[in-house]
Design a protein around this ligand. Sequence first.
Ligand code: NDP
Length: 227
Amino acid sequence: MTGQRTVLITGASRGLGRELARQYAAAGWPVIACARAATAPDGEGIEHRQLDVADMGSIAALAAGLGGRPIDLLINNAGIRGDTGGLATIDPDDFLEIMRINALAPLLIVQALLPNLLAGERPIVANISSRAGSLAEGTLDDDDGDYAYRCSKAALNMATVKLAQDLRKHGIAVLSLHPGWVKTDMGGEGARIRVAESATGLKAIIDGVGLADSGSFRAFDGKQVSW
Ligand code: NDP
C-alpha cells in the first residue's frame, strides 16, 4: 500500500510533542497534534485536536471526532513528572494522577483508537517512556526523589509489553522509547540533549521499526534499554 501515513501525537503543545509534530509535518506526514488547550495549529500539515489524556470524556470525544480515520502512528507523548521530594513527600492523590496520565492514559487511548489503528498501514504505537522507569538501568546514574514518575514509567513499560503481545495478531507494533535527558520544561535547562536532536532520533527509530521490533525499549540514540 502507498499513500500518506498519519500520525497522532498527544501532548503536542510544547516540548518533545510539539517538536515531533513539527518534524513529522516537515517530512510530509499529516499530523494530528493533540493538546489540552485549544491552541492554533502549528504549521502546514498540522491539525489540532483538543485532548486531556486524564479525562475519559476527552479521549472518547477525540475518537468520535476522528470517526474511522486511519491512524498509522500513535505517539503517546503527554506526561508529567510531579512531585520529586522522595519517600517523605509521597501524596496518594498526586501519585495516582501521575499514574493516570503517564501509564493508564496511553492504554485508554489505544483502547479508544484501536479501530483507527486497525485501519492504518503498518500501524505503530510509540509510548514515550523513560529510562527512569527501567528496573535494570533506571537508578544506575541517577539518585532522585521521583517515586511516582519512575513507577508510572515502569508501569507504562509493562503496558508496552502487554499491548505488543495483544496487538501483534493485528499487525500493530508497540514500543517504549526513551528520549534522553532533553532540554524541555520537564528536562530543565541542565539537560544534555536538545529537543530537535531527541525528536530526530526518536523519529528515525520509529521510521525503521516493524512488527519484529514490537515489545522493545529503545533510546533516542538507537540503543536498546533493558527493562
Ligand atoms: P514537557 O513538560 O515539556 O511537555 C509535556 C507535555 O505533556 C505538554 O504538552 C503537556 O501539555 C502535556 N500534558 C501533560 N499532562 C497532560 C494531559 N493531562 N493531557 C494532555 N497533555 C498533557 O515535557 P517533555 O516534552 O520533556 O516530555 C514529553 C515526554 O517525554 C513525557 O512523557 C516525558 O515523561 C518524557 N521524557 C522526557 C524527558 C526529558 O528529559 N524531558 C526524559 C524522559 C522522558 P500542557 O502544555 O497542556 O501542560
